[in-house]
Design a protein around this ligand. Structure first.
Ligand SMILES: NC(=O)c1ccc[n+]([C@@H]2O[C@H](COP(=O)([O-])OP(=O)(O)OC[C@H]3O[C@@H](n4cnc5c(N)ncnc54)[C@H](OP(=O)(O)O)[C@@H]3O)[C@@H](O)[C@H]2O)c1
Length: 296
């Protein structure tokens, strides 16, 4: 199939592109001008320059494609620069879906997020939910993926913790650290996106995606420290200073935590991933095995 990928220059996007190429698909990428250098397989894909919010650019990129993989999304808003959840999740998805429908695309794959739901929820989750609703009502043959945190080489979240563990050996834990996440390996996510194009029983389905088991934040830190062979000291700190700091400083790009991110972390992010592994015929990779593959 000829597949249009949005968000191909990102962490997950580069893995998805590699997997699509490995399975024999032709790949076209919609890339923002200036981001071409982040596309690892640039010499093996067709690059169309443009912004996902630019209708004309999206319409042009999708012409002649049989499938679309829409991965663009943000974890943090910068309203002054026009980077909002509303625009990058809802409007971007509308653009891509409308273009795909007009071009007669057969298969549409949407990246969403675990926890996507209507209010009451964080705007990140609400806008992902509304984007998913638009996909479902579009008449396209879709598959929607809602992953928990995705880890692998070059991920933003766990690599930050690894750097901290290696540099300081002291890790601040927000609250008791009992909130749970379900980290999933990026190569499992990428495989599933590529396989969805070949597996009719995955059509018009939503999949919650996670590693084989929920892990507390404490357990994640311990596993990371073990794999990078560092003895660490976890310091449990009350939640309120983080709340205050995120409230006061979260709008600055240099500060790494927003109020929304803190709320979502404390709320936890887990699922039953059994239908995902079953339907895609994938073997769950334990967090420990996944870390060995990407940290050593
Ligand atoms: N990573 C996770 O743990 C995780 C978990 C659940 C869901 N997700 C979802 O998975 C998707 C990919 O995540 P990721 O970690 O790979 O994110 P990422 O590394 O930040 O990549 C985001 C991608 O979106 C592109 N993009 C952003 N704004 C754009 C615009 N206006 N026009 C065109 N492209 C634009 C970026 O392009 P540039 O290179 O030009 O910036 C980049 O290719 C997102 O939707 C995210 O919400 C991720």
């Amino acid at each position: 199939m000829l597949v249009l990928v949005t968000g191909a220059t990102g962490f997950v996007g580069n893995w998805v592109v590699a997997e699509l190429l490995a399975r024999g698909h032709g790949v076209r990428c919609l890339v923002r001008p200036g981001s071409e250098g982040k596309l690892k397989a640039a010499d093996r894909v067709a690059v169309f320059l443009g912004d996902v919010l630019d209708e004309a650019a999206v319409n042009q990129a999708v012409q002649g494609c049989e499938a679309v993989v829409h991965l663009v999304g943000i974890i943090r808003e910068f309203p002054r620069r026009g980077i909002t959840f509303e625009r990058l999740h809802v409007e971007a998805t509308k653009n891509v879906v409308d273009a795909a429908r007009a071009a007669g695309v057969q298969r549409y794959l949407q990246m969403s997020a675990l926890g996507a739901r209507p209010e009451p929820a964080d705007p990140y989750h609400i806008t992902n939910f509304r984007a998913d609703e638009y996909v479902m009502a579009s008449g396209l043959t879709y598959t929607i993926f809602r992953p928990s945190v995705i880890y692998g080489p070059e991920d933003q979240a766990l690599n930050l913790l690894v750097r901290q563990i290696k540099a300081f050996r002291v890790v601040p834990v927000i609250g008791k650290g009992l909130y749970q996440l379900q980290p999933v390996a990026v190569w499992a996510v990428a495989q599933a996106f590529a396989l969805a194009l070949e597996l009719p029983h995955t059509e018009n389905r939503i999949y919650e995606v996670g590693g084989p088991e929920p892990l507390s934040f404490n357990a994640i830190i311990d596993s990371l420290a073990f794999e990078v062979r560092r003895r660490i000291l976890k310091i449990r700190l009350p939640v309120w200073p983080f709340r205050l700091a995120a409230f006061l400083l979260g709008r600055f790009a240099w500060f790494s935590l927003t109020s929304g991110q803190l709320r979502m972390l404390l709320e936890g992010n887990t699922c039953d991933p059994a239908p995902f592994y079953h339907d895609f015929g994938l073997t769950p990779i334990s967090f420990k095995d996944g870390l060995i593959r990407y940290l050593t």
